[in-house]
Design a binder for this molecule. Sequence first.
Ligand code: BGC
Length: 747
Amino acid sequence: MRLKHTILATIAVSIINISCKDSTKREISMDEKVLSKTYQGESITHDFDAEIDALISQMTLEEKTGMLHGTSMFSTAGVERLGVPELKMADGPLGVREEISRDSWAPAGLDNDFATYYPAGGGLSATWNTELAYTFGFSVGEETRARDKDVLLSPAINIIRTPLGGRTYEYFTEDPFLNKKLTVPFVVGMQENDVAVCVKHYATNNQETNRDFVNVQIDERTLREIYLPAFKDAVVEAKAYSMMGAYNKFRGEYLCENGYMLNDVLRDEWGFEGIVISDWNAVHTSVNSLRSGLDIEMGTPKPFNEFYLADPLIDSIKVGKISEDEIDIHLKRIMQLMYTVKRMGANDRKKGIINTEAHFKDAYDIASESIVLLKNSNELLPIDASRIKSVAVIGNNAKKKNALGGFGAGVKTKREVTPLEGLQNRLPESVTINYAEGYQERYAPKKESVFGDVTQERVDTIDELDPKMLQDAIDTAKYSDITIIFAGSNRDFETEASDRADLELPFGQVELIKEVLKVNPNTIVVMIGGAPFDLGAIKEKSKALVWSWFNGSEGGNALADVLLGDVNPSGKLPWTMPKALNDSPAHATNSFPGDKSVTYEEGLLVGYRWFDTKNVEPLYPFGYGLSYTSFSIKNTKTDKNEYSNDDTILISLEVENTGEMDGKEIVQLYVSKSNSEVERAEKELKGFIKVMVTSGESKKVTLELPVKELAYYDVSQKAWTVEPGSYSLRIGNSSRNITSEVTINVK
Ligand code: BGC
């Protein structure tokens, strides 16, 4: 059963229908009394500690160290004679990666390692739907089991500090609150399948440039308030069973040997009982890394016995640098995890399922709520298929698949519906589709590009259009009733291990879009990508602009359903789209990417916190997204005016659907504190709820805000402190569209 460990919050969010057009609608609404759930994971088991001690006491030194490091690309050794199995892992955030060879990165070449391709992190976070985060986690957890793995190297939850980040598409958001609210259900859902998550990359891995060694400097308050909350809740609330130590350094120490981050914060403060697995090749010492809190070293390509936790560790034990008792602590943790996920000690381990229609439906559900309508003047959208005879579909991205590509983990899948196929599936036969590629995905040899003091190789593109292809696209658009251009990027362009050089759209797409718009003003531009681009010119010229993501097996169907109005778009941006790169905080403060060291000069003011505090207008703000209907948020009230520290503020309001179509709105709660004794961002997200409202109806929503959420991290006290005084609670549907405000007082 899916909701085994999911606890329904008593009063988290209640929705009461207050006006209905007919009784059927009343019934639907009344069923939805509680929308928001809280999710709680199950702790690591200690039931088998005595057995584990007995097993450890029988192991040789070689057997012990074999369990502490990769002995294949994605597994550690077991001890067969004692019945201890290998610990088996797989990537990753987009679904269970294909099987990799045991001793190289080459695919194993199997024919039974297909999996569902789920929407990338950006897509999930744009849904702002915590229940879909649970669905995603649960679904991919079932696939992990079906592939007989113990640990899935997912979710990837680093904060999006710069729009250029190569892994922006994989990560969730620039905001710590949205991040933690999605991470917890994801982790809980996945681990309900007798598998472990590996939450990555712990922590402060916010850039790919120099990721192997860059020394990240962040002040303590910013670390606690921005970069750690989702990792913390993954441990404290969701009970994540493993974490991945990142590549980079933090305050001078590599993350895989960072005693402060691994022992002090993760274990001692948060009570983490799982294991820390290194990123692949992120370990630099034997004794120091173990003592600092690492449990397993993974990586390649050197021989596995040369890993730091292999022969060099044996040597260290032999010369007395570290005792066997210290090693045993790590073995015990690893086996506790194995018992918890029932790799050991049980015969009722879940078996999982994979590639099922139910899983493709999960991928579809996430994709269909992730698509963000950025612009829709003249109501070009949704397309009324009964009024057109032809549609021009233009762009390489109409046919491009993104399950695989670039550097890093992808998914080998039997199903990836492209945008063009989605339209073919959904448009009636009376509409002719005229396709023209328009631009080609063309790359130049990798180019060195200079960022501050750093020169690094980056993906380089050829941005000239082929004149004949351009002409074809123009002709196709000219003679079609409407045009849809599928533009944006792909996973070869946005990729792990390299940040982008700028916000430019590659392959000459801006010129193509401008030329097509000249001949067919009824042109819808659909961006497919995972990270912000400079869309200024396109926003100005096109009437309709849609943002979609690397959106999983069913991405094309979901997109077609939104374009044709079978699904009303309800996604909102999980990051700020800047007008110019230098408007973004890391760039405005000239503190990206640093050199050997990078200091996060913007401090707390990450993402919209910067734009709103400094009054910089973004191209599209955080939390922004339109609908085919319109909503009005009214009657915002709190249950009291004054609260104490342990209270929960109840904010009630009504969401009215004032348009013609049923739809979902995301009500966002931002908090501001004027006259604060400490630095504060202009506003901070502290609550949200996604609510379905049928056309013409109103729903009453109650948001729950624990006063503790108002705390800042007091560095001198090493504690979270709620400052007394007044706070403004601002309700809106983006960080820049605040429609009501209530002031409360904290004693
Ligand atoms: C990535 C990880 C990934 C690992 C194994 C590393 O390069 O940073 O996210 O899980 O490789 O593929």
